[in-house]
Design a protein around this ligand. Structure first.
Ligand code: ZN
Length: 462
């Protein structure tokens, strides 16, 4: 692996804490940060890839801790429904998916993410091996696994997840995940079993929870407890590797359970606002209690962007709007998007510019009116509130420059080519007129037909 010298960067943001340096050089060897300093780099440092970064900000990479990458296929497809109705429209298209379309859509999503300073993402979608292929071609990290949902045989479903996990057990950039859709779309025996196996193997158990008021109401009515209580007490699915996504309607006593279990929560502010799920994920209380909080965009069908810079701003905005005060700061969002998300995904030694850490780094081009005037004292607020993914000039993952000004044009041309194929697919299906399945995802769970689709065991609606 070629060493990299980032020579005299105008600013370096070392971590989410807001510690900033000026005119700093960083040397990367064997995928890790080997040296940081203001004077001349170590001997032989110039033999590799060199970036003179006097017009750049060096910062840790961002990680998207919850998305459905291939849903870029449905970006702008059905923008104006609430969650359950919206899901029906998504499913109408998703029953027609094939591996090649998932690969193409995943590739487009990965190109968008890497060009926007995201080094890795946690994914939940069909045909996960196609998303692995897309991520590997570009060189980003991904945490994923088959989706367990519908009226499935719990043993078979978990076995498929285990087989997937075994395939990527020793992979540098692919982390296996037990992807359990939710308490309303996954059989509870499967959740129990997946939870047991995920803890045993130290693999994330990734689940949507308490996203809507209706989900909480139904859980209380059917099981006598709230969704997170159900996961904890009845399904034994709340443990240190559990990653709860959304938690917009989580109760204060449920937060205590999350804390005790040392589980993570991933906040998806834009998706929650767009799907009008309301509620309020109490980020401040969670952070104060020491709960690990990550940040995710959710899929591009409910966001409609995969830009983690925008998502950081949305986190602060939504939280302030909900609390009616400014207790949530830019650094909270920066922490969630860096080490918070990385921890949820099971990544170690990333999220800071520090010697010995893995070189997952971003260089922002400061020659942009959007992020000027830039100074040491306003760097964090400018990154969180003013920068977007479009300010990213370089993305380095695992010590490799995967997005650079040199390959930008080629990558964007590929994105346009892929978009053409995805548009043809949607047009062939009939565009917005595609018939919505005659059942909600919950009803689909009760359908007797079980099929193995895209490496995921799910029930097919009639
Ligand atoms: Zn989601």
């Amino acid at each position: 692996m070629e060493p990299i010298l980032l020579n005299r960067c105008r600013f370096v943001l070392y971590s989410w804490r807001g510690d900033v340096g000026e005119n700093v050089s960083v040397y990367i060897e064997d995928g890790r940060i080997a040296w940081i300093g203001a004077d001349s780099p170590p001997l032989g440092a110039k033999s590799g890839f060199v970036v003179d970064c006097d017009k750049h900000v060096l910062m840790p990479c961002l990680y998207n801790a919850h998305t459905h990458a291939a849903m870029v296929l449905l970006r702008g497809y059905h923008d104006d429904s609430e969650l359950m109705d919206w899901l029906g429209h998504m499913w109408a298209v998703e029953w027609n998916l094939d591996p090649h379309i998932v690969y193409l859509a995943s590739k487009l999503a990965v190109l968008e993410m890497v060009a926007g300073g995201t080094c890795g993402f946690m994914d939940m979608y069909f045909y996960p091996e196609e998303t692995v292929k897309a991520a590997k071609e570009v060189g980003v990290r991904v945490a994923l696994g088959p989706v367990i949902m519908g009226d499935v045989d719990p043993y078979k479903a978990v076995e498929i997840s285990l087989e997937f996990a075994k395939r990527f057990w020793r992979d540098d950039t692919v982390k296996p995940v037990f992807n359990v859709h939710s308490i309303y779309a996954t059989p509870h025996d499967a959740i129990k079993l997946a939870a047991e196996k995920s803890l045993e193997l130290g693999v994330p158990l990734h689940i949507h929870v308490s996203e809507t008021r209706r989900e909480v109401y139904e859980a209380k009515k059917r099981y006598g407890v709230f969704p997170v209580e159900l996961l904890d007490r009845k399904l034994k699915a709340l443990h240190s590797r559990t990653v709860l996504v959304h938690a917009g309607w989580i109760a204060s006593w449920e937060l205590e359970l999350v804390k005790r279990a040392r589980a993570s929560i991933v906040h998806c502010p834009t998706s929650n606002m767009k799907l009008a799920t309301a509620g309020h994920f109490p980020a401040y209380e969670a952070i104060e209690m020491g709960i690990n909080v990550g940040l995710g965009t959710d899929g591009a069908a409910s966001n409609n962007s995969l830009d983690m810079f925008l998502e950081m701003k949305m986190m602060v905005m939504l939280q302030r709007h909900s609390y009616w005060d400014t207790r949530i700061k830019a650094v909270h969002a920066l922490k969630a998007a860096t080490i918070g998300s990385a921890h949820a995904m099971g990544l170690e030694d990333v999220g800071e510019v520090r010697v010995g850490y893995k070189a997952d780094l971003v260089l922002l081009d400061i020659v942009s009116p959007r992020i000027q005037p830039l100074r040491q004292d306003n760097l964090v607020s400018t990154i969180v509130y003013a920068a977007t993914g479009d300010n990213v000039a370089y993305t380095i993952v695992d010590g490799k420059p995967v997005y650079t000004p040199e390959n930008r044009e080629e990558m964007f041309e590929e994105a346009v080519r892929i978009a053409g194929e995805l548009n043809s697919f949607i047009e062939k299906l009939g565009g917005e007129k595609i018939q919505v399945p005659p059942c909600s995802p919950q009803q689909a769970c009760k359908m007797p037909t079980m099929s193995v689709k895209g490496g995921s065991v799910i029930a097919k609606p009639g």
